[in-house]
Structures are given as C-alpha cells and as structure tokens.
Design a protein around this ligand. Structure first.
Ligand code: ATR
Length: 273
C-alpha cells in the first residue's frame, strides 16, 4: 500500500519540500507520496480528521498552521512546545504526534557543514528575536551553549529570553562590535541579512578568526553577512542546509528510511531559488 505524506499550508505552491521528499522517495524506491495540499485555516480541523482516520502516515505543516495545529495533536514533544510551533506530524498507533524539526535542521546543518562546531564553544551570538529565532535558541540550549541575543527591539529579546529561561544574555543590535569577540558562533535569524541600515554598524573584524558565521536565510544563498564573513576568511554555513536537514526526521518517521542530504539534492533545490 502506498504510504502517503503531505505538506499543508495556505498558500502551498511555493514549498520546496515536495522536491526534497520526492527526490528521496525516488532514490529509495519507496512506494510513497508526498503531496502539497492547500488547506485554508477554516479547513484545518477537517483535514486533521482525515489524518486521524489513517489516510496519511503524517506530513509537514507550514504557514499559517504551525501554531493552530498544536491543539489538534494528542502529543507534542517538549522542544516543539518550547518553540511554540509544530512543523511535522506523525501518526503513531492511532495517535497524532507533533514535533518541530527546525531545531534539528539547524543543528544538522552545522554538524554537516562545520563538524565539531559545538565542542568547547564559548557562546553563540544570535541576531533577531522573532519566530525563527525561537527554534535556534532551543537548538542551542539543547547543546548547553550560552547565548548572547541581540535584537533591534530590546524588549522583544527580553521577553523571549524570559520565556525560554536558561543562559541567554540580552542586548541590542548595536552591541555587536562589543560582544562579538566573545562568541565562537554568529547566527543571523532576521530576514534582512545586512541590507538594512541597522547592520551597517557591524564590524566583522572584531570577530575571532575561529568564529563560525551562519545565516538561516537562504534567499539569497549568500547573504551580505555571509559574503563579508567569507571575504574575511571566517568559516560560514548557509541556510539552505537547514531546510534540507529539517526534512530528514520527518521522512524517516513516515517512510522508515533515514535519507541523506547529498550535494545532488542540494543542487536540485538550489536551482529553484
Ligand atoms: P521570523 O519569523 O522570520 O523570525 P519575525 O517574527 O517578524 O520573523 O521577526 C523578525 C526579526 O527580525 C525580529 O527580531 C526583528 O526585530 P524587532 O523585534 O525589533 O522587530 C528583526 N528585524 C526585522 N527587520 C529588521 C530591521 N530592519 N533591522 C533590524 N532587525 C530587524
């Protein structure tokens, strides 16, 4: 019997997940499908009822359903709860399980692109305190890495740090040049790269030579932050790998095979950017 999985969103046409999962299904010769399905907010409940009835092994959830789907799960894993969003659903023994693979994608991307990056890391400097930053902070906390969280609006960073607890020091974007030397990892979670005027004050020369710089934005693939870091000889990891690696745990849960993030897959997805 064909194993079916889905990605639901509204709209859904631009999702790259069908390409990723479709490639893996083909590679492994699995009798399965991964179907993009447009589900409007008012239709979410009815769609989840179809999942519960056994039509699908599970699937991905994207905008605008990541928060709403929470209440429809029988169980949500603790880290997804902390992040406040579910992006992956799995039917297990008739129960609907929700998780968030974004934090796994972030860690998997760095593990693949900069092996050993978290060993002995003194602190991570995270730029931005929005929805995307939550998954990054939870990921870093899962490896016991202290965080320096810088945000344009300090109060947003303070609220987020308060909600998550743990070792998070809060500052403003302008503090970059002061605190930068103390961080072995810099993560940009804002959608603006270094285009915006607020980032013009950054002096990447303050960073240590062993600092790893990553951006979770992947359009453009080489953000201005990454381009400058690379020009300065710093190690960089771009954000496309996070998208690819976050898809791994879902595929494994639905289809029973752990897929590989290969250069060929990356190249295929890159052509769609
Ligand atoms: P996402 O879900 O992608 O994280 P978001 O929740 O809207 O999107 O968060 C956007 C983040 O980018 C926030 O940290 C925001 O800073 P504020 O809290 O001050 O709004 C940051 N951001 C957006 N535009 C920015 C800009 N022009 N300069 C600096 N930071 C910016």
């Amino acid at each position: 019997m064909t194993i079916r999985a889905f990605v639901i969103g509204h709209p859904i046409a631009h999702s790259r997940s069908p390409l990723i999962h479709g490639t893996w299904l083909g590679e492994h010769g699995i009798d399965g499908s991964y179907e993009p399905i447009d589900v409007a907010p008012e239709a979410l409940g009815a769609f989840i009822a179809r999942v519960r009835a056994g039509e699908f092994a599970g699937g991905n959830v994207t905008i605008p359903h990541k928060e709403a789907v929470f209440a429809l799960c029988d169980e949500v894993d603790p880290l997804a709860r902390k992040i406040g969003a579910v992006n992956t659903l799995v039917m297990r023994d008739g129960r609907l399980f929700g998780t968030n693979t974004d934090y796994m994608g972030f860690l998997g991307n760095l593990d693949a692109g900069a092996p050993g990056w978290s060993q002995g890391l003194d602190a991570a400097l995270v730029l931005g305190a929005g929805g995307a930053a939550r998954a990054i902070l939870v990921a870093l906390q899962s490896r016991n890495i202290p965080v320096i969280l810088l945000n344009r609006t300090r109060s947003n960073a303070e609220r987020l740090a308060g909600e998550l607890g743990g070792n998070i020091t809060v500052g403003e974007i302008e503090d970059f040049n002061t605190v930068g030397p103390g961080a072995g990892l810099v993560v940009n979670t804002t959608s603006i790269g270094m285009h915006a005027s607020r980032f013009e004050a950054f002096d990447l020369a303050v960073l240590r030579a062993d600092t790893l710089v990553t951006d979770i934005v992947y359009v453009p693939l080489e953000t201005p932050l990454l381009a400058e870091a690379r020009a300065r000889g710093l190690r960089t990891v771009d954000g496309l790998g996070m998208l690819l690696h976050q898809a791994v745990p879902g595929f494994e849960a639905w289809f029973g095979v752990r897929p590989e993030v290969t250069p060929a897959l990356r190249a295929a997805v890159e052509t769609t950017l």
